[in-house]
Design a protein around this ligand. Structure first.
Ligand code: MN
Length: 291
């Protein structure tokens, strides 16, 4: 099933080019709040059947009649993998954006995760807003994101798969600074609208192997990133398992699995199109932040 959020916070299933409202399945007090999808995911064992019955009735409205929102706007944790594709490690080590520490430690395995704030999340119909910071650049990163299902701790790679609810394309927009003196990575990736996500979450049963999906990103129609998750250094299950051994995962948590090679700058006026095989595509305008 493909699950979207739209309009004033309704939850719906994408069916036949339209949307079927699932909001009635959400418990109060979460209904119509940004936490609604976390409730749906937490109770998916009991709600999958009723959701499928509603979806089988077909769409109520066309996708062009609704405004899609970020499908997972308030994950309790938004994990992100650094440097998880070897060619991207190489391009960063060779770049003027790499601090000495990175050049020295350019083996990605075992680097763990960092966190992004949920306040940086934006939806498929919202622009990326570049803050007024002269002399800085802003880079695009297309990533496969995992949405956690039933919460758990202490998973291993073999048990992690059953705790994955679904998958969604994600952009990890990053402020880049030249040289050794860089702001903390978390801040550089935390600006409002620096985590576009969507257009919807595809449940895990529809994806045979998350470690074998094409990713692509283009700026103004020019291809910049093109890769396959088969090239992930640390695979999806191992990422989830590792995080679950640090702290308990919560239903609806999101894990951005890292970006492949080809990162580069975006500027005001650009249009970024990016997606992951079988999971849909984002088409995002880049604008100047108005404040
Ligand atoms: Mn990233």
């Amino acid at each position: 099933m493909k699950i979207a959020r739209y309009d004033e916070g309704a939850i719906g299933a994408i069916v036949d080019g339209g949307v079927r409202d699932l909001t009635s399945l959400i418990d109060q007090p979460w209904r119509d709040t940004p936490f609604a999808i976390n409730d749906l995911i937490a109770r998916w064992d009991e709600l999958e059947g009723p959701a499928a019955e509603l979806a089988a009735q077909g769409p109520e409205r066309g996708l062009d009649e609704v405004r899609l929102l970020a499908p997972t706007p308030r994950p309790q944790h938004l994990f992100a993998a650094p440097l998880n594709y070897r060619p991207h490690v190489a391009e960063m080590v060779d770049s003027k954006h790499a601090p000495v520490a990175l050049r020295a430690e350019h083996s990605a395995a075992g680097l763990g995760f960092f966190l992004k704030p949920s306040g940086s999340i934006s939806g498929p119909e919202e622009p990326i807003l570049l803050p007024p910071l002269p002399g800085r650049s802003f880079h695009h990163e297309i990533e496969l994101a995992v949405v956690i299902g039933a919460g758990a701790r202490g998973l291993n790679a073999a048990t992690a798969r059953q705790h994955i609810f679904g998958y969604v394309p994600l952009l990890d927009i990053t402020l880049r600074t030249e040289g050794e003196r860089q702001e903390e990575r978390v801040m550089r990736k935390s600006y409002e609208s620096f985590t576009p996500i969507g257009p919807y979450v595809t449940t895990a049963d529809e994806i045979d192997d998350p470690n074998r999906l094409d990713l692509h990103l283009a700026v103004n129609g020019e291809s910049r990133q093109k890769a396959n998750t088969a090239d992930l250094i640390v695979g999806v299950e191992e990422l989830v398992a590792t995080a679950s051994n640090v702290l308990p995962l919560s239903p609806g948590d999101v894990y951005a699995t890292g970006t492949p090679e080809g990162v580069g700058p975006i500027t005001v006026g650009d249009t970024v199109t990016a997606g992951v095989e079988a999971l849909g595509e984002l088409r995002i305008a880049v604008e100047q932040r108005g404040w």
